[in-house]
Design a protein. Structure first.
Length: 305
């Protein structure tokens, strides 16, 4: 039985297989419409979510399976003090696979250690968000045609942004990847990622504060929201929240084939006027999230079609 805690739980070959399967699902949805008949997915969300929870549920329903779960800690027995370990032992009696989001880093890992069904980390604190990474990889490969030889600007809250952390871990395994890390001083990428991933793998990267300086040389711009929920005080959040706003004028500085991705939700960091730009692909990205989660469910349940 396999769990998914981090993008590194899959080899590059296994990732490629999941992305191929997701493309096949996109092109031939009818082939997969009953693949999970009789199977149940539990969504255990201790933190708010729109895309991840609902795309997991849509994925399982598209596969002919069923879904159950809770969407906040308050509506589960966590509110009465039940541990994640006890919860997963119970959920293992009710479902065949589960996706868990939790504010505490490592909580899905604790669940996996006590589970008799596959556990998928649907985001743990400021740590990892591997299924967003699968979504991002599928989006990039489908729309850019490759996962190698890319200059990628990561912009915004690189300190607390778990989607960025997971994406870096995944992309460094492909050849000729270069990062431009665009953030204010206070929200720079954590040292452990610089030292253990970027420096260790001799990945080319530079840190800049001005988005305008980076834009002309990017293949992809990955925008992120400043993570309000991870700040210790409101004052720091208010100071940082509108540090970057991508608008039409800034898009004029970017190459004509640069793609703009965002895991969403967006707050102010991308002006709505950018949505009409064909380079803005963040809503397509959300659609790719359904295909790739369908592929992941099939893979972890070892169902072949
Ligand atoms: N991208 C993402 O994780 O969105 P949600 O928080 O809405 O799930």
């Amino acid at each position: 039985m396999k769990h998914l805690m981090s993008p590194l739980d899959f080899s590059v070959e296994e990732l490629d297989h999941i992305l191929d399967l997701a493309n096949d699902i996109e092109n031939h949805p009818e082939k997969y419409a009953h693949a999970c008949a009789g199977k149940k997915l539990a969504t255990l969300f201790y933190e708010p979510s729109t895309r991840t929870r609902l795309s997991f549920e849509a994925a399982m329903l598209n596969l002919g399976g069923s879904v159950l779960g809770f969407s906040s800690a308050d509506s589960s027995s966590a509110a009465k003090g039940e541990s994640v370990s006890d919860t997963i032992r119970v959920i293992s009696c009710y479902a065949d696979i589960c996706a868990m989001r939790h504010p505490k880093e490592g909580a899905p890992m604790v669940a996996a250690s006590k589970s008799s069904i596959p556990v998928i980390n649907a985001g743990d604190g400021g740590h990892q968000h591997p299924t967003q990474t699968l979504t991002d990889l599928l989006t990039i490969r489908s729309l850019k045609g490759r996962l190698n030889n890319l200059t990628i600007g990561l912009c915004g809250d690189l300190k607390f942004g778990r989607t960025v952390h997971s994406l870096i871990h995944a992309l460094v395994r492909y050849p000729d990847i270069r990062f431009v890390l665009i953030s204010p001083e206070e929200l720079r990428i954590p040292d452990y990622i610089k030292e253990n991933v970027l420096d260790k793998d001799h990945i080319s990267y530079k840190e800049v504060e001005r988005m305008e300086d980076a834009l002309p040389n990017l293949d992809l711009l990955y925008m992120t929201r400043v993570q309000k929920e991870r700040f210790f005080n409101e004052e720091d959040y208010v100071r940082m929240k509108d540090f970057y706003i991508l608008d039409k004028k800034k898009m004029e500085l970017a190459p004509s084939d640069m793609l703009v991705l965002h895991p969403l939700p967006r707050v102010n960091e991308i002006s709505v006027e950018v949505d009409e730009d064909p380079r803005a692909v963040y809503f397509k990205q959300a659609q790719f999230g359904v295909y790739v989660r369908m592929a992941l469910i099939l893979t972890l349940l070892e169902i072949e079609c």
